[in-house]
Design a protein around this ligand. Structure first.
Ligand code: ZN
Length: 505
């Protein structure tokens, strides 16, 4: 069967993919090895690649190729590589073409200025200095959202914003899931506070030699079932994982000489992202199907390895000899139970990225609720600090001392990334559903983990999730993987189970 147009389409999409991955490599380098003086020309290089990639993505020619390739598909099934490729390429093309080039350029320019203003505003805890930038960002995001009027039944401006991170998920659906999540974790946090049990996590703090932490982090990643020769681990300020290709994974972390946790759980988190990319089959490489696009699903993988593997008793038991070896003076006499309890301590706190796995969800829900109010015109932006502080008090019982530790703590709103936060919590929820399936289908998974045998778990994830790449919308994918809709109950149940072990609640 002649599929000349399909082949041509594949080549075009391959070039678009190459441009995106080259950009990712430059960005990785910017955040790891680039000497600081390189920042200005690097920004131009990144912008040039982004522009060329975007011009190709929105070209009339690509649209004609998509149509022509579609005509060659005949009766191939919905989930075949070719039909999926055409479907996903068409959606990306249609979305990209709706946004005028000058609006896109303006959003990039304004958010880059806003990010600098945010850095200063946070350093001085001065929300007023950031406010005009935030106003501009919100205004531009509204114009951006308006470009999608009538697209796939979007009803709310926020639907369009969410769609860039969690395709096909509506505001109403996310609000329902996060509402259930709030109702699930709030009583748990209250019960933990009332339990009177305090967990001593001092074993994780205090001096931890940097060189030994680096050795530990490398060793922990090396023990994961990541393809040999397909990854590296480097140091950065804000950890991330980036796939230059599914066989070229750049995991980054930072080290803290006074805290052991980042070199264990933050590393496992980023490696979990890398394992997802690594599991995409070769047939999907160099195409829009190669990189899983839903941030919620991506986060489900990092959270699963970080929390359900990395903070589990069998895993900690397994790495204990290594820990004692590297830090004899700190951990020589510490038992696994102490580490396990410290790793799963629950305590409300101010800063999202330092929050424990239970209260973390409320940090996200708070931001999501405020974003909804912003885009529904139910709140004035200048009132955000008060609204933030009131919710922190209400949800976590925490008093916010200043805006640097409150509304200004995250970069997302400076970058104009509204709709991004909820994906962190969706990731937790999806990880819970996957973990429930895994414990049913591999009943002895914890024993495997305790013996350091992580391949069966990785293979389950590959077979059930990774191999699909970006073929499906999150809603279709969850249905395929767990046979149902997104549901908070498994996750909330797992949190309760751990809390009951540690806090007796
Ligand atoms: Zn992550």
């Amino acid at each position: 069967l002649a599929q000349a147009k399909l082949d041509e389409l594949r080549e075009r999409l391959g070039e678009i993919s190459d441009l995106g991955r080259a950009r990712a490599l430059l960005a990785w380098d910017e955040h790891t090895y680039m000497p600081p003086a390189g920042i200005e020309p690097r920004s131009e290089q990144l912008a040039t690649l982004a522009r060329i990639r975007h011009e190709r993505l929105i070209s009339d020619e690509l649209g004609r190729l998509i149509d022509a390739a579609s005509a060659e598909l005949d009766s191939a099934p919905y989930d075949s590589d070719d039909v999926s490729l055409v479907r996903v390429a068409r959606r990306g093309w249609e979305k990209a073409r709706r946004v005028p080039a000058d609006l896109r350029a303006e959003m990039t320019r304004v958010s880059s200025l806003a990010e600098h203003a945010w850095e200063d505003a946070r350093a001085n805890s001065d929300f007023g200095a950031f406010l005009p930038h935030l106003e501009r960002n919100v205004e531009l995001r509204r114009r951006y959202a308006d470009c999608f009027e009538g697209f796939e039944g979007f009803e709310h401006e926020y639907d369009a914003l969410l769609d860039d991170f969690e395709p096909g998920m509506t505001t109403a659906e996310v609000a329902a899931v996060l509402g259930d999540l709030r109702d699930g974790v709030q009583p748990l946090i209250a019960a933990i506070a009332d339990s009177g049990v305090t967990v001593d996590d001092s074993c994780l703090y205090g001096e931890y030699r940097l060189a030994a932490q680096e050795d530990l982090a490398k060793e922990l990643v090396a023990r994961l079932p990541l393809q040999e020769g397909a990854w590296r681990l480097d140091t950065t300020v804000h950890p991330f994982a980036s796939a230059i290709s599914p066989a070229d994974l750049r995991i980054t972390t930072r080290f803290d000489t006074n805290y052991l946790g980042t070199s264990v759980w933050s590393v496992l988190h980023e490696a979990g992202h890398a394992m997802y990319e690594n599991g995409v089959p070769r047939a999907l490489w160099r195409s829009p199907l190669a990189s899983p696009s839903s941030l919620g699903f991506h986060e489900s993988q990092s959270r699963l390895w970080e929390n359900w593997v990395g903070r589990s008793r069998p895993y900690l038991d397994q790495i204990m000899p290594e820990l004692r070896d590297l830090f004899p003076e700190r951990l020589g006499d510490v038992d696994v139970e102490t580490i396990y309890r410290a790793a799963n301590k629950v305590e409300p706190s101010l800063i999202r990225v330092e929050a424990d796995q239970v209260t973390y969800n409320l940090h996200i829900i708070l931001r999501f609720e405020l974003e909804l109010e912003i885009f529904a015109n139910r709140i004035e932006l200048r009132d955000l600090p008060d609204a933030w502080n009131a919710r922190m008090r209400d949800y976590l019982g925490v008093e916010v001392p200043d805006d640097a530790n409150g509304v200004l703590q995250d970069v997302h709103w400076a970058d104009g990334m509204f709709g991004y936060f909820p994906t962190y919590a969706l990731g937790n929820v999806i990880a819970g559903q996957l973990w429930e399936r895994i414990t049913i289908e591999i009943p002895d998974v914890e024993e495997h983990i305790g013996r350091g045998e992580l391949v069966p778990l990785r293979d389950w994830l590959r077979e059930n999730l990774h191999r699909h790449g970006n073929k499906f919308m999150p809603k279709e994918l969850i249905e395929r993987v767990v046979g149902g809709r997104i549901d908070v109950q498994p996750y909330v149940g797992q949190l309760r189970k751990r809390a009951s072990e540690i806090y007796g609640v």
